[in-house]
Design a protein around this ligand. Structure first.
Ligand SMILES: [Zn+2]
Length: 349
């Protein structure tokens, strides 16, 4: 047990969990995604280098990872600040900003957003997928990796005294890379030591979440403090989803706002749209899992900001919640998903 027990740790310090309010549990406010640039078809090479404009916006929406400028969310500090204020005006209270090492985490930017907007921001410790691990990270033992994670939570990250309040998003590929397995084991060790929350980015295969939970549990994680992200694009089969739900981790539908014809990272996956996400959330509520569901947008590129005609950080509050109510999900269940579950998850044991 640490001195953080019973508290949530934001970038401005520990707070009482009841202060959080409506919380988005998987977002990015400043990051780069160059690691996942996806070269366009030859005939679109010129388009991929154009500035973002109305004329090419639909193409960028459908091919977000083939446009280099689109992958630089960290160039939009002012737009993100404004959109956080809008989120607050619509009833938002907190954001988990789970940018980790490898995709340009910026602790000072997160502190600035928190100070400027009054939104509670919780920063993420740890490492993104193996493709972004440095040679030093790959060479570390599980014990050394555990020390890095514990240090980012207790003392501060990236040479600052600004502290992380959650481990993750921890990046996993499919198949799982060896250095990712070590990071997962370190995550479990640090979690057990600190009683902190954990959030995982699984590989794009239905077996990935099951394998990850096995690795974490064998290393001693508290599964009730663990979030599996991106369920929407990973567990599409209903039977598999309900089987996974039994394991007891949080199930995060965090790609709200993403409606893609072609999913560049895995063409075998038909990315669900928001209506399908709502139906899945409804199913999980009906099956008794309302205290395990979390929701977010996972904004990580420019085109999803309102500045570029995107849905922004308020889409769930302004558009998705009314549709959930229309489909018969109760206000009580929605409050659990947006307020109570994030609060329970983020509170240190
Ligand atoms: Zn993410």
């Amino acid at each position: 047990m640490s001195s953080l027990s019973g508290k949530v740790q934001t970038v401005l310090g520990p707070i009482e969990p009841s202060k959080l309010g409506r919380t988005l549990t998987h977002e990015h406010l400043a990051m780069t995604f160059d690691c996942c640039y996806y070269p366009p078809a030859l005939c679109y090479e010129a388009t991929s280098r154009e500035p973002i404009m109305m004329k090419n916006l639909f193409w960028i929406q459908k091919n977000p990872y083939s446009h280099k400028e689109n992958l630089r969310l960290n160039q939009e500090m002012e737009a993100v600040r404004e959109e956080l204020l809008y989120f607050k005006a619509k009833g938002g209270g907190a954001v988990v900003e789970n940018t980790t090492v490898g995709i340009s985490r910026d602790m000072k930017a997160l502190r600035w957003f928190a100070e400027e907007t009054g939104i509670h921001i919780i920063a993420g410790a740890g490492f993104y997928v193996e493709a972004t691990h440095s040679p030093e990270t790959r060479a570390m033992s599980v014990e050394q990796l555990t020390d890095v994670l514990v240090n980012e939570i207790l003392h501060g990250a990236d040479g600052t005294s600004i502290k992380c309040g959650v481990i993750g998003e921890i990046g996993c590929s499919w198949p799982l890379a060896e250095s990712e397995r070590k990071v997962l084991q370190a995550t479990a060790h640090a979690q057990a030591q600190l009683g902190c929350p954990v959030i995982i980015h699984p590989g794009r295969n239905a077996s990935a979440p099951f394998q990850i939970i096995r690795v974490l549990q064998e290393a001693g994680v508290d599964i009730s403090k663990t979030v599996m992200s991106h369920i929407d694009r990973t567990l599409l089969d209903k039977t598999e989803l309900l089987e996974f739900a039994q394991l007891g981790c949080y199930l995060e539908y965090d790609l709200f706002g993403t409606e893609l014809l072609h999913y560049q990272f895995n063409p075998d996956i038909d990315m669900p749209d928001d209506n399908k996400r709502i139906r899945r959330v409804h199913l999980l509520v009906d099956e008794g899992y309302e205290d395990r569901i979390l929701m977010a947008h996972d904004i990580h590129t420019k085109h999803r900001l309102m500045k570029y005609g995107g849905h922004g950080y308020s889409h769930i509050l302004t558009n998705i919640v009314p549709k959930m109510l229309l489909r018969g999900i109760t206000e009580n269940a929605i409050d659990k998903i947006l307020i109570e579950n994030p609060k329970q998850w983020l509170t240190f044991k």
